[in-house]
Every structure is written in C-alpha cells, then in structure tokens.
Design a protein around this ligand. Structure first.
Ligand code: GLN
Length: 256
C-alpha cells in the first residue's frame, strides 16, 4: 500500500514538473474557450451597432455575453445576413446563433434550439395615412415587404394574392414602405415598435393585433450538446437575477 502511495506521489510530481516545463517557469493561464456567435446586426433592440461604433449591443448580445461569462467562454460575436446564420452553424463557422430567431418546426429540422428566452410575435405596419388596412386580412392582393428568410416573410407569403418583396433587413423593408414601393411590412413586433419609437412613427404605424406568439431561441448545430450548456448558463442568470436585469434594461419591464 505504502509503495503504491509513494509511486503515485512520484508520478504526480513528475507530471507537474513536466507541466511547468521542468524549469520552474510560471504556469501559463489556460486560454479561454471561445464561443463563436453569429447574429444579424440590424435588429434593434436585440442586436445593433453601438452609436458611432461597429461594436454590437442589444438584449441578445448582452444575454449571450452573460451566458458565455457564466460558462467560462470568451464570446466573439460576428454579424451576417439572417439567412446565412443556419448555413454558418451547419458549416461549423459559428457555434451559436442569437438573432431574435423564432423557434419553428421547420428550423428544428436543421438546428437545435436552446430553451426559449423571449416571447415575440408578428405585426403589420402600414403608412400612417392608410385607413384601408386594419389587419392582415386587408392585405389580400396587396404588396407586402418582409425580411428575407424570416417568419415575417412566411406570413406574407401566406396572404392570398399578395406580391411579396424581401429585403436583407427589416429597416430596408420599412424604407420601401416609406418610398411607396409596398403597401405594408410584416415583421417582429418588438423591432417594429422600436423602429416607430426611434422616428419611424413620423410616417408609419402598426395595425391589428400581434399575430400568434413566437418564441426566440439560441440556435446551435443540430444535436449539439452546447444547447444544454447554454440552457444551464441561462438558468443561472435567471436564478441570480441577471436575466431580469437585462430584460428590464432593454424592454423597460420584467419578463411576463
Ligand atoms: N423572428 C423572426 C424570425 O425568426 C425574425 C428574426 C430576424 O430578422 N432577426 O424569422
């Protein structure tokens, strides 16, 4: 027994000597694990550049940074088109995508989602002087703009006889409305509301009720264990109050 112990001790000492390079140099700190995150950076208040800078901010950006910190990751966020996010996950170019992405059955075939973190929904936006459109039911045969690859585009395409034009960002879709190229935009309610509050209300307004609830989730490569890890990090942030703090900061109220 004693012999075994001595052997073990010697082995451990030899190992640690090897690790320190035998010369007694200071042990270098482990490089932080990197979490490569993709987003579509024109989706305020979830992800958008800080004023006068290319650095991104927003609820999603701060949430993934907080989750990463919780799990010991160095988070690197890069921007790309919304429709490029899922291909980038599948190609292994990013580890996670956070982009106000609605959890849908269709997308679940291609990627795995974290637990939902925000309840959203779609809404119709028209010009302020448009008295004819009160809801999506009045858009039959009309011209609708939406952001490419989004649930807004899918909804627009379900409207009978409508001509749908897609844009890279929701802002560009809104600009088309302003220019009179379309009769309406269909997109995510919180993003539309933010847009209107930031000056869009000079020419536009939302009409009708928020369409059915949609849940945002963080997407990872199909079946990746990272989803469970991210959920664990998010759970911690919910327990320690940080999630609520972020939610209040960006939406002015606690999550319902
Ligand atoms: N929530 C919408 C979707 O998932 C739009 C997301 C976005 O444009 N960033 O399709």
């Amino acid at each position: 027994m004693k012999k075994v112990l001595v052997f073990l001790m010697t082995a451990i000492m030899a190992c640690s000597l090897l690790l320190t390079g035998c010369g007694g140099e200071e042990k270098k700190a482990e490089p932080a694990k990197v979490l490569r995150v993709g987003t579509e950076p024109a989706f305020a208040p979830f992800e958008f550049p800080k004023e006068g800078s290319s650095e991104l901010t927003g609820f999603d950006v701060e949430l993934i940074q907080a989750i990463g910190k919780q799990l010991g990751y160095k988070v690197e966020v890069s921007g790309m088109g919304f429709d490029a996010l899922i291909p980038a996950l599948n190609a292994g170019n990013i580890d996670a995508a956070i982009a106000g992405m609605t959890i849908t059955d269709e997308r679940k075939k291609a990627v795995t989602f974290s637990d939902p973190y925000y309840t959203s929904g779609l809404i119709v936006m028209v010009k302020k002087d448009n008295a004819a459109v009160k809801s999506i039911d009045d858009l039959k045969g009309k011209r609708i703009a939406a952001q490419i690859g989004t649930t807004g585009e899918m909804k627009a395409r379900s409207v009978e006889g409508a001509t749908v034009t897609t844009f890279n960002t929701q802002d560009e879709a809104a600009l088309e409305l302003k220019n009179g190229g379309v009769d309406a935009v269909i997109g995510d309610l919180p993003v539309m509301e933010y847009y209107l509050a930031k000056g869009g209300n000079k020419f536009a307004m939302t009409v009708g009720e928020k369409m059915e609830a949609e849940q945002y989730g963080i997407a990872v490569k199909k079946d990746s264990k990272l989803a469970a890890e991210l959920n664990k990090g998010m759970e911690e942030l919910k327990k320690n109050g940080e999630f609520d703090k972020l939610y209040k900061k960006w939406f002015g109220e606690a999550k319902k």
